[in-house]
Design a protein around this ligand. Sequence first.
Ligand SMILES: C[S@@+](CC[C@H](N)C(=O)[O-])C[C@H]1O[C@@H](n2cnc3c(N)ncnc32)[C@H](O)[C@@H]1O
Length: 243
Amino acid sequence: MPPSPEAESGPSRVAVWQMFDRIAHRYDLLNRLLSMGRDVAWRKMLVKRLPAVDNPRVLDLATGTADVLFAMERALPTLEQGVGLDMSAGMLSFGRQKVLARGLERRLSLVRADATRIPFEDNSFDAVSISFGIRNVLDMDEGLREMCRVLRPGGRALILEFSLPANRPFRALYLFYFRHILPRIGGLISGDSYAYRYLNETVESFPYGSAFTGRMAQAGFGSTSATPLTLGIATLYTGDKPE
Ligand SMILES: C[S@@+](CC[C@H](N)C(=O)[O-])C[C@H]1O[C@@H](n2cnc3c(N)ncnc32)[C@H](O)[C@@H]1O
């Protein structure tokens, strides 16, 4: 166990994103490997639920290396502006390299900021997403309220997050993988064993399903939905800002 204050007292706000700085160089590879490629399919599902509007403006919180923005850009030829926001300069730097390599710098931009203090005005975006990020935002309720604030009335929040499978035998198998195999592979490849233990500890204690849509409703969203993906390993949540 690495000497880490967060292991005893829970991760501090700084420690969470600093952890992503440390694993940024291996993040994309580990995402593909540890999810067995499912992360790509999950992002495609998220993109399919974007609201149908002309020339949409979208904001992707906790964007990391910006894969959600690329999925949106591929699916929406009329995308007017995509903004990715993250606290980790390391993750954003890999994201920026990918934006430049694809020649998308005029439509996609990345900013370093906290998801609980979004530096945009009220009612600015048609859709706001956060993929495998809301669990890392320590004040989740404030993060959800901020998402609602920057959405235009009628705009949609799209949230992808890990959850636990309902089927008991599958859940037992999955938890074995999640607790014992994933942290070892993640630790070996990223060089940071804490980061991948943190993943399974936070997932197991995070609200999901109706517990999470309840928190979305409290933050101001209407018409919330929760769609389990891959037997419930992940869930796609949506909620609309009332008109
Ligand atoms: C698991 S990664 C998800 C990256 C990307 N969305 C994806 O689907 O691959 C979580 C990201 O949340 C970011 N993060 C953590 N706390 C944050 C905060 N308070 N505000 C903004 N980003 C945050 C981390 O820096 C990290 O890049």
